[in-house]
Design a protein around this ligand. Structure first.
Ligand code: ZN
Length: 332
């Protein structure tokens, strides 16, 4: 937790992870960013964060802490990919409805390979902590915290511990390398990696439609201290993994920032029953704001928002439908 880079300005009232064009255009930027700086990197010297950002733009999703100024690794989906995905999911939904008929939901059982990266001193998560994380993940997708039951269950297949200082300390830089070495299973196997993600970034994930192009890169990376009982205040109940797995299953953020050049209210998450939301939630407000003209107050308790862990309790039925459609289409 010692690395507050020069762009890591904390304590802003504005919420986390505004997409970078908006940082640059924000009326009262705390730090004036150079206009060509398309992404603020986590480590301050992570080449992966800067080089070829466009190539990675449709690659992954992320969660950051409140007040962070760090950009999400490739968190924006290109319009081309987004449109293609929606076409594929629409088709899937039509077929799925015909096939389901009675509306019976078959439960989906997802094996999890859990990869602990550490440097010999830090990050050496215990088996108990991993088991706790799997429990939290499984419970969230059963609707145990209050939301819809997704009918998706998770069980631990195997834990690996890998001592590698570089991988642990600079996971974005070495992502390709450690995934290539460690990833197990096919498109329906979840691989979770834990590493040191710095002081702002909590995790990131690949999307299901990325699998066909980059099967080895499929999976979720979370901060080692975000597991249940971890050391990150307000993000220590294990909901970072729940959020990232939501991306892994095809969900966008409720604040709709996954499309470039569109306001959160206009962009949305392409799910019908999550109210639109202009900005990510900061912390855990007592009363949900109503930031968009469309119906409903901001979904501050949704797992796909950025609230504190204790604020997060639910997926909606619409999100469940989307995840299950994406599963049938991309991870059958
Ligand atoms: Zn996210």
């Amino acid at each position: 937790m010692k690395r507050a880079g020069k762009y890591a300005v904390l304590g802003l009232a504005a919420a986390a992870a505004v997409s970078v064009p908006r940082i640059a255009q924000a009326p009262e930027p705390v730090v004036a960013l150079p206009p060509d700086r398309t992404e603020i990197c986590v480590t301050g010297q992570d080449p992966h964060a800067h080089a070829g950002h466009a190539d990675h733009a449709d690659h992954s999703q992320a969660r950051v802490r409140a007040g962070s100024r760090v950009a999400e690794p490739g968190s924006r989906v290109s319009p081309r990919v987004a449109e293609q995905v929606e076409r594929e999911l629409d088709r899937q939904e039509i077929t799925g409805r015909l096939l389901r008929g009675t509306g019976d939901r078959k439960r989906i059982h997802v094996p999890v390979h859990f990869h602990v990266l550490h440097d010999g001193r830090k990050g050496k998560i215990t088996k108990k902590a991993v088991n706790e994380q799997i429990k939290v993940l499984d419970a969230a997708y059963r609707g145990a915290a209050g939301g819809a039951d997704a009918g998706i269950n998770f069980y631990l297949k195997k834990i690996t511990w890998t001592k590698n200082k570089g991988w642990f300390k600079q996971p974005r830089r070495y992502e390709t390398a450690f995934k290539k070495k460690l990833r197990k299973g096919g498109d329906s196997t979840l691989n979770i990696y834990t590493a040191e993600l710095g002081t702002e970034l909590l995790g990131w994930a690949s999307m299901p439609w990325d699998y066909r192009k980059s099967p080895k890169q499929d999976g979720v990376v979370v901060h080692h201290a975000s597991l249940p009982g971890g050391k990150i205040k307000d993000y220590d109940l294990g909901y970072t993994a729940v959020h990232e797995v939501g991306h892994w299953l095809g969900l966008y953020h409720t604040f709709g920032r996954d499309y470039p050049e569109r306001d959160g209210c206009a962009a949305g998450d392409l799910v019908g029953d999550t109210p639109s939301q202009k900005e990510p939630t900061n912390g855990c407000p007592e009363n949900a704001p109503d930031s968009c003209p469309a119906w409903g107050r901001d979904p501050i308790h949704n797992f796909m928002d950025y609230g504190y862990d204790r604020c997060m309790t639910e997926f909606t039925e619409g999100q469940v439908e989307r995840m299950r459609n994406a599963w049938e289409r991309y991870r059958p």
